[in-house]
Design a protein around this ligand. Structure first.
Ligand code: ADP
Ligand code: MG
Length: 253
């Protein structure tokens, strides 16, 4: 089952530096939404807050119908450990830099968290890992170490590893930005196959405009910590209404 996401009037500062102000975003369960926009506009921050990697100062985040508030600047950052665990159990994230455990085989990378965190038996976790490796086209790499794989292969393992935790929401932060151009396609094709899964809500930051246009249910153009304009891909890419969106698109397309 996928989960809905809602940011409500969220404020986020790094020290005195405000990044998100009155930030609102709703993503429906099963929806695929991409965030596009200039560097430094706060896109990663949105994903990192959702993944509980960053605290926020004001406002409210609702995940799968459960709302989380954070007390003003009061450490520890999260409302409670319960919040942290509940959110982390529902959300998976794929980063630009694949972040695999380098000293573990591919299979162990996929088995480790499901056994330690979800309490699956080794057999169950391995069965699931084998299925996922098949899905990302890497059945023959189970015994390899990350360092023996290409960047594209490592990123496909990272996607399989995120899925091994059975998330309801999957976040992608520029998943192909660290890859050589010839390796981008294989990663996008794995993500494409996930986008049509109704059981997964996907929120993705990407600079691959053609891809965003192809797979998104909705595209949000993000600038200065706000969504300037959002809509169906055809509307955003063919007929943007805001000058800032037009300017950004003409600089990247
Ligand atoms: P984007 O992903 O759109 O490039 P980010 O969310 O990474 O933007 O960053 C938004 C703003 O927050 C930028 O001005 C960036 O310099 C600042 N920022 C990001 N992470 C930190 C941090 N850990 N500490 C201080 N400032 C940060
Ligand atoms: Mg970023």
């Amino acid at each position: 089952m996928s989960a809905s996401i809602e940011f409500n009037q969220l404020h986020k500062r790094y020290g005195a530096h405000p990044v998100l102000r009155d930030f609102d975003l709703k993503v429906q369960a099963g929806e695929t939404v991409t965030l596009i926009g200039p560097s430094g506009s706060g896109k990663s921050t949105v994903l990192r807050i959702l993944m509980t990697l960053e605290p926020f100062q004001e406002g409210c985040l609702t995940l799968d119908g459960i709302s989380y508030h954070q007390p003003h600047g009061k450490p520890p950052f999260f409302a409670s450990d319960v919040h942290l665990h509940k959110v982390r159990a529902k959300v998976g994230m794929v980063f630009q830099s694949f972040n695999l455990f380098p000293h573990m085989t591919v299979l162990r990378n996929l088995v480790e968290a499901p056994t330690a965190v979800l309490g699956l038996s080794r057999d169950e976790a391995e069965g699931r890992a084998v299925e996922l490796l098949h899905m990302v086209g890497l059945s023959d790499k189970a015994k390899a170490y990350p360092g023996q794989l290409s960047g594209g292969q490592q990123q496909r393992v990272a996607i399989a590893r995120a899925l091994a935790m059975r998330p309801q929401v999957l976040l992608f932060d520029e998943p192909t930005s660290a890859l050589d151009p010839e390796l981008v396609g294989e990663v996008l094709s794995v993500i494409r196959s996930l986008a049509h899964e109704h059981d997964l809500t996907m929120l993705m930051v990407t600079h691959e405009m053609r891809f965003a246009r192809e797979i998104s249910d909705r595209v949000c153009f993000f600038e200065g910590g706000r969504i300037v304009e959002q809509g169906k891909p055809d509307q955003i890419f063919n007929a943007p209404e805001q000058e800032r969106t037009k300017r950004f698109l003409s600089s990247v397309l």
